[in-house]
Write a protein that binds this ligand. Structure first.
Ligand code: BG6
Ligand code: MG
Length: 232
């Protein structure tokens, strides 16, 4: 079946790496002498490493030279790498493997669309790298989410028009990127935060097994029947 394709965000959708980003950024905030909380960390989800540092420095009201910023970007990533190089398949989030199996069974292809420059390493660590038809990561884009570039390149890799792509995202910036790319957006996580998504689920285990067939009939084939799952 080649009518639709899926683009997955990585951090927070396939694996729970937000906790490792948090610990690595918190190390830096501690060194710079200000408090950085899990609530602050929400602001960093989905945004690039460089932008994350800018947001962090704003939170701490700290100004740094460009050279210092570059040093901290490197040291933050070294701390983060210390965590992710210990990851294994047990850190794949619940429902992710089953969802990929469903897509394989339906013959629906999927690619990765992540802001992370570490995405290929993480996928290899958890043993999922080979399953994706293509990988679009922080190294492949010039514009970070909420710019739709990452997902538009993903659609090209799938050989599909953007409107035939479904994006799974846990970050507001990612949902906005999917919406502005004219794709179907699926928010994974808190609906209050991700209310701009076309569909919302708390996690991947909640995706009904016939979800993709329903999306094809409701969105792609523009069936007029009232939607079963469409939440808005
Ligand atoms: C995103 C994360 O997937 O990747 C962000 O949600 C992170 O929190 C961004 O800043 C960049 O990641 P990396 O691995 O390139 O530092
Ligand atoms: Mg994410």
């Amino acid at each position: 079946m080649n009518k639709i394709g899926v683009i997955f965000d990585l951090d927070g959708v396939i694996v729970d790496t937000a906790k490792y980003h948090f610990l690595a950024w918190k190390d830096l905030a501690d060194e710079l002498g200000f408090e950085f909380t899990e609530k602050h960390n929400e602001l960093l989800k989905g945004v690039s490493r460089v932008r994350s540092l800018e947001i962090l420095l704003d939170i701490g009201n700290v100004e740094l030279s460009e050279t210092k910023k570059q040093d901290y970007l490197i040291s933050k990533n070294e701390v983060y790498l210390g965590y992710i190089t210990k990851m294994g398949p047990d850190e794949i989030l619940p429902g992710a493997n089953a969802l990929l199996n469903t897509l394989d069974a339906l013959g629906i292809q999927y690619v990765l669309g992540s802001a992370s420059k570490n995405a290929p390493l993480i996928l290899k660590q958890v043993g999922l790298y080979e399953r994706f038809t293509g990988i679009v990561d922080g190294n492949s884009v010039s514009q970070a989410k909420p710019d739709p570039e990452v997902f538009l390149i993903g659609a090209e890799k799938l050989g599909l028009a953007p409107e035939n792509c479904i994006v799974f995202e846990d970050a507001i910036a990612g949902v906005e990127a999917a919406n502005s790319a004219n794709m179907t957006s699926v928010g994974i996580g808190d609906e209050d935060i991700l209310h701009e998504a076309d569909f919302n689920f708390n996690n991947l285990t909640e995706i009904p097994s016939d979800f993709f067939l329903k999306v094809i009939s409701e969105k792609i084939l523009k069936n007029d029947e009232p939607g079963l799952y469409k939440t808005k």
